[in-house]
Design a protein around this ligand. Structure first.
Ligand code: HEC
Length: 154
């Protein structure tokens, strides 16, 4: 291979890597902007919500739902997420940004990113009473926290 061609190949590979980096940053910026437009009105910019008014804090808590069966589905099937005008793809991107941003300390390490297909499936299978689902999940979390030796025990 000529030296020139070799350099060209590296330049092309470098550009490819740069564009991958830029698109991850773009995805995060887009998610952040969409969070501010479509969620922060209720949940506040930092996700702390207004628990006294029934808007739970997501900070350091949201990840706990991912430790019980049905929690992964629940946090997408809440009305605020399902009724936003965001596409399935943008909703997946928003959730994938939101979780590590807002609840890094409780996010299980093996959490797979949401995909547009998963969001579409969750839209099609919304439970009738999402608050009843939440109550069941919170009961499970409380039971887990009460187990002897549980890290979540306070
Ligand atoms: C009109 C106010 C409002 C908007 C807008 C809204 N939410 Fe919510 N959200 C709530 C309320 C109230 C709850 C608690 C009741 C429930 O679980 O549905 C909630 C619950 C949640 C939960 C579950 C947290 C928990 O502890 O139950 C998540 C996750 C969530 N919202 C994410 C979002 C995201 C992401 C957006 C933007 C796409 C959004 N919400 C937009 C009001 C809102």
């Amino acid at each position: 291979m000529s030296r020139r061609l070799h350099c060209l190949r590296w330049a092309v590979a470098g550009l490819g890597a740069l564009s991958i980096g830029a698109s991850a940053a773009d995805d995060a910026a887009r998610a952040h902007m969409q969070y501010l437009h479509h969620c922060a009105g209720c949940h506040l910019a930092d996700g702390s919500g207004e628990p006294a008014k029934g808007i739970p804090s997501m900070r350091g808590q949201l990840g706990l739902f991912l430790t019980v069966p049905g929690g992964r589905e629940f946090i997408v099937q809440v009305p605020g997420v399902m009724n936003s005008p965001l596409s399935d793809r943008d909703t997946a991107n928003l959730m994938n940004w939101l979780l590590p941003t807002i609840t890094a300390d409780t996010l299980p390490a093996n959490t797979a990113p949401y995909t547009a297909e998963e969001i579409a499936r969750l839209r099609a299978t919304r439970p009738l009473d999402v608050m009843a689902v939440r109550a069941t999940l919170v009961n499970q979390l409380e039971a887990k926290a009460a187990e002897p030796g549980s890290a979540a025990r306070r």
